[in-house]
Design a protein around this ligand. Structure first.
Ligand code: MN
Length: 228
């Protein structure tokens, strides 16, 4: 057996509610503009166009409850999202079997350096610098679909320092969970360990050091994150 020339990186993973076992993370797909009111607030037409995705890195996940304010930005935004975790995958997955691949659901924040993302958009360049940085994916534990059922409706919200800032319903997603799985599987081979961040409702905005963010999705509890 070969050894590694450097220590292999740590496997990114999420806790699983009611279990000591961890869910290992392979990829993080994130959909853009998946709630009509958020598409409008970002200056786009919410009419149903093909979805688009970007990725965060698995090692951007942070379940510590702290979000260190990142460098090279002065406009970091919160985006509360439901996280979908896959236990299997494949290519060209049919819509009516897509949910069979779901392990469970969780709550995540798609933290965004909005100023850097905006500059990249303007220049037609990739968004990674605005989206895929250290600690940019605060996430809570996953809840097994076998226990919660599949989540297609229910409130999703984010409070900052106790004030309601984002509010919507999972049923307002333009692209539903099975549609996202089927669509992704046409372009990628999706697999066990993949996460999908399913988009954010309206109300995104900036945070500052010291702020307390509390996200919630009905049936999945809360995710509390302090900006440090
Ligand atoms: Mn997002």
């Amino acid at each position: 057996m070969s050894t590694y020339v450097i220590d292999p990186p740590k496997q990114a993973a999420l806790a699983v509610a009611g279990s000591d076992a961890l869910f290992p993370v392979r990829r993080i797909y994130c959909i853009g503009r998946n709630y009509a009111e958020h598409a409008i607030e970002m200056g786009h037409d919410p009419n149903k166009e093909p979805p688009f995705f970007f990725q965060k890195n698995p090692d951007n996940i942070d379940s510590s409850g702290d979000f260190p304010y990142p460098p090279k930005t002065s406009d970091v935004h919160f985006e509360i999202e439901m996280v979908v975790a896959l236990k299997s995958g494949g290519r060209n997955i049919a819509l009516d079997s897509a949910l069979d691949h779901v392990f469970g659901y969780g709550i995540g924040l798609d933290m965004t350096r909005r100023d850097l993302q905006g500059e990249m958009k303007k220049m037609g360049r990739p968004w990674e610098i605005g989206k895929a940085f250290e600690n940019s994916a605060p996430m809570g534990p996953l809840h097994k679909a076998s226990e919660t059922g599949h989540i297609a409706s229910g409130p999703i919200a984010l409070h900052v320092n106790g004030a309601l800032r984002q509010s919507g319903d999972i049923n307002q997603m333009i692209w539903k969970v099975p549609e996202m799985i089927a669509y992704l599987s046409e372009y990628y081979e999706i697999a066990a360990g993949d996460l999908i961040m399913s988009g954010t409702p309206a109300g995104v905005g900036p945070i500052s050091r010291g702020d307390d963010m509390v996200g919630s999705v009905a049936g999945l509890g809360e995710l509390s994150v302090k900006v440090i």
